[in-house]
Design a protein around this ligand. Sequence first.
Ligand SMILES: Nc1nc2c(c(=O)[nH]1)N[C@H]1C(S)=C(S)[C@@H](COP(=O)(O)O)O[C@H]1N2
Ligand SMILES: [Mo]
Length: 196
Amino acid sequence: MSISMPTTCLHASNRFARARAGLSFLILGLLAASLAVASPAMDPQMSYISDSVAVTGAVENPLTLSVTDLERFPPQQIGEVEMICDTGVNIGKKENLRGVLLRDILEQAKLKALTPRDFRKMAVIAKATDGYVAVFSWGEIFDSEVGDHVIVYFRKDGAPLGVEEGQIALISTTDKRTGPRHVRWLNAIEVRQLVK
Ligand SMILES: Nc1nc2c(c(=O)[nH]1)N[C@H]1C(S)=C(S)[C@@H](COP(=O)(O)O)O[C@H]1N2
Ligand SMILES: [Mo]
C-alpha cells in the first residue's frame, strides 16, 4: 500500500516553490542592478567623482565651489580641443565643454602676498581625487595667453560630466600637449608662494 499526496496538493507545492525561486531571482537581479548603477566596486571611477573644488593656500578668501557655485562665474564655452598625451599621441578630442576661467576663480579667492613682487613667485596647483596633479605659474595665468584658456569645466553637450572625469575637471586648452594639464575629478586648487 502506498501513500501518495493528492495531485492537486503536489501541483500547489510545486507552484509555491517556483514562485519562491522566481522571487529570489527577482531580488538578486534587482540587487545586482542597483550595484551596477551605484557601487564603486563595480566601477572604480565612481569613487573618484568630485562634487566640489576647494581653493586653498595663499588666498584671502578660501572657497569651496560646487557646480552650482561655478555656474555663477562668467561662462566659457570650448568648441573642441584635441587631447594629446605627453608622448605626443593624439587620443581623440573633447567637444562642447562649458566651464569658467581658472583666473576668474583665483580672482574671487584673491591671492595673498606681502608685496606685489611676491605674486610672481606663486604656483597654482590643480589636484584631483585620484592624486593626479598639474601645476601653473602666476605668470602663465595672470600674465600670458595661456591664462585665457585654462578652463574649469563641468558640462559637456549640455549635460553634467560623466564618471570618467566628473563632476568637475580642468584643462589648459592651448598647451602643445593637452593631456598633462587636463585634470579629471578636480577637487582642489592650491596657491603656494614657492620662493621667499
Ligand atoms: N585625475 C586624473 N586626470 C588625468 C589623468 C589621471 O590619471 N588622473 N591622466 C592624464 C593623462 S596622462 C591624459 S593623456 C589625459 C587623458 O584625458 P582623457 O582620458 O579624458 O582623454 O588625462 C589626464 N588627466
Ligand atoms: Mo597622457
